[in-house]
Design a protein around this ligand. Structure first.
Ligand code: SF4
Length: 284
């Protein structure tokens, strides 16, 4: 079984709705205000992380309450991005964050290839945005052939802990940690710039070893963030089960600060472990 079909966590395999949208680029704000546009090929996300801030963007209270149980694919995404390139809405050098309210490589992408079609459309239009892709999915490695054709790109992969036990509490449907690390290595070996997002940092088993593992990836960007105890706009509100685990593990702000210091020491003075939105700057 490959990472692509077997590394996606427990997953929620129910169907996905296909919808037509009127636009695909949204003016960026809040946590990612350094970007011009966000690009979300999907609405909703089947990875269903329980701390997901995108839950607060759900269109109805019912969808907010059932975050992770539904997703829809914007089936005309490639047509819309082609139009945006042709009418000058999206130009070379524009900063684009994909995605702010979904994972562009969630399980349905394996079958639908929607995100791939968006990348193909941008390249076909001859536009070279400064593109940041944010994911936790190994499916992104399928598109290495396209990612290599972007002049300014970074693929951020969330690696929130070294502990599968800790990962399973808030991210039971998301890919395992080892799968994410393999995806990062594959991207790096293919010459695609990567970022490691330890965000939110969950309880760790062995910070020193984790620090050496991610340092060895030679990422262009490293960022961490502590869990947000409360939900608010653009903040990942952490739910009771994860907060309970953190309490039981003695994983508080002091332990987070110590882990940050360890990772920074291992990264050395030439590489900075950024924090919060500082670590989500547009690709160089
Ligand atoms: S992968 Fe990202 S968008 Fe999807 S549920 Fe998790 S945090 Fe939210």
């Amino acid at each position: 079984m490959s990472d692509l079909d077997g590394g996606l966590g427990r997953g929620k395999r129910a169907g996905i709705a296909l919808v037509d949208e009127r636009s695909i680029l949204t003016l960026a704000s809040g946590f990612i205000r350094r970007y011009q546009y966000t690009l979300n090929p999907y609405s909703g996300c089947r990875f269903a992380c329980e701390y997901c801030y995108a839950r607060s963007f759900a269109p109805t209270p019912a969808k907010r309450d059932t975050w992770g149980d539904w997703a829809s694919a914007k089936q005309n995404a490639a047509t819309l991005i082609t139009k945006a390139c042709q009418d000058g809405t999206l130009r070379s050098g524009d900063t684009v964050y994909m995605s702010s309210a979904t994972d562009p490589y969630q399980p349905a992408e394996h079958r639908l290839g929607l995100t791939r079609s968006v990348l193909l459309a941008i390249l076909a239009a001859g536009v070279q945005p400064r593109l940041t892709i944010q994911t936790r999915s190994p499916i992104v490695t399928r598109d290495i052939d396209l990612l290599q054709q972007f002049d300014h790109i970074r693929v951020n992969v969330s690696v929130t802990t070294d502990s599968e036990r800790a990962r399973l509490v808030p991210q039971a449907s998301a890919p395992a940690i080892g799968v994410r690390l393999r995806a990062l290595r594959a991207l790096r070996e293919a010459g695609v710039p990567i970022g490691v997002a330890v965000s939110p940092m969950l309880p760790m088993d062995d910070v020193e070893t984790f620090a050496h593992t991610i340092a060895g990836l030679e990422a262009a960007e490293y960022v961490s963030q502590y869990m947000q105890p409360r939900s608010r706009t653009f903040a990942a509100g952490t739910r009771p089960a994860t907060l309970r685990m953190a309490r039981e593990d003695g994983w508080g702000l002091r332990q987070y600060a110590t882990a940050r210091a360890t990772i920074q020491r291992v990264l050395g003075p030439s590489r900075q472990l950024r924090e919060g939105d500082e670590g989500f700057a547009p690709a160089d």
